[in-house]
Design a protein around this ligand. Sequence first.
Ligand code: FAD
Length: 436
Amino acid sequence: MGWEFSTDPEFQAKLDWVDAFVREEVEPLDLLWGDRTFHPLDDKLRKIVDPLKQRVRDEKLWACHLGPELGGEGYGQVRLSLMNEILGRSRWAPIIFGCQAPDTGNAEIIAHYGTDEQKERYLRPLLDGEIFSSYSMTEPQGGSDPTRFETRARRDGDEWVIDGWKFFSSNARTSSFLIVMAVTDPDVSAYQGMSMFLVPTDTPGVDIVRNIGLMGEHFGDGHEGMHALIHYNEVRVPAQSLLGGEGQAFAIAQTRLGGGRIHHAMRTVGVCQKALDMMCERALSRQTQGSILADKQSVQNYIADSYAQLMQFRLFVLYVAWEIDQYQDYRKVRHDIAAVKVLTAQVLHDIVQRSIQVHGALGVSNELPLGGYWMMVPVMGLVDGPSEVHRVTVARQILKRYQAAPGAWPTEHLPEKLAAARAKFAEHLEHEVANQ
Ligand SMILES: Cc1cc2nc3c(=O)[nH]c(=O)nc-3n(C[C@H](O)[C@H](O)[C@H](O)COP(=O)(O)OP(=O)(O)OC[C@H]3O[C@@H](n4cnc5c(N)ncnc54)[C@H](O)[C@@H]3O)c2cc1C
């Protein structure tokens, strides 16, 4: 009999170590540098970050999203999920543990589709935490609809020449290379006519026009966000820069985004738990109108509803992680990943909103992390595809089951079906009437 909900003691000991380490050593970095972008070559930050990374390696907890052949521990998605719940509490923890987006997904596709040469040049230093990467797919005129992409790559002798604009390429400025998606064959559908390229960020013609900040972040005065608007202006790369086969970009993107989506959800469980912890601590410590907040019924409702939502969400995330471990194929659990993706923004919204409300004015201040969590709500509804598109994926897959096996409720030929049901149970019905 399956359906086991406990964690084996050996891994629980690791989780306990992660929990204490994140609370004591990593969360203080959020207070110091919550809004800083980590640059791997920034010597000042590295003096603090590198020894912490080493302690994670010593505990065999580095890059746990990867299998042992790639330098990870191969713990699988369920254990990764339990770990990510803790790492989600801190902005810096995924960096210290070598599993931050977008590098995780980028590493995954190079490992999957890269040549030996590409792995040596890009994957190895990425996994060692020596360099960062960026994923450059979305364009100003279209993100969720690949048929709108205009960036082109044309073959010229031994080179590819890339031309076009990309938007929201996160971390491009601190990256060493970009994974660029471009149309290579405009005569076929976008799903077959796009390819991916590995492009060093310092290649002539890669023009990072500006970085775009998110709402609530400073604007102007030298402040900038981390999501780049990039003009690829006649960017020439050698033929060997193609990642995977020509025309394979869409399939590769699905591999990358499947993992990325569920990893975001795992970390969001941690964010929601932290918002709920803060809500409870505040409810127990704040006195108003004759009692602590915890004694007010509406605050109790906030806590109960948040706990119930979080438990549902967490179990669903763990279930999907278990499914991925079983099938080893994101495509087989696409609809469940999509359903979790939709829930991620919704549950985050509900729990963070209640936590802010219980904190009063302090909740909307920049002295607590709740404002940052609140800003993540719309981000989670958009990154790796808008919620609406994921709902379509879920509905289509669910409807397929009914198309394959119709008749759950007899709306067709109802009188005949009713008569058949009566005949089936005639003896019992007669008995019942006789006893009335
Ligand atoms: C913080 C952040 C980081 C990001 N990082 C990256 C990155 O590193 N690399 C990268 O390439 N991209 C990145 N993105 C871009 C992200 O992938 C896109 O925002 C996303 O795919 C949606 O594309 P869009 O913004 O063009 O919105 P659109 O595609 O224009 O969609 C806008 C809205 O239209 C509606 N809509 C769209 N399609 C449908 C539909 N089929 N049915 C119903 N309604 C629909 C939805 O309401 C949707 O939210 C990032 C975005 C954010 C916010």
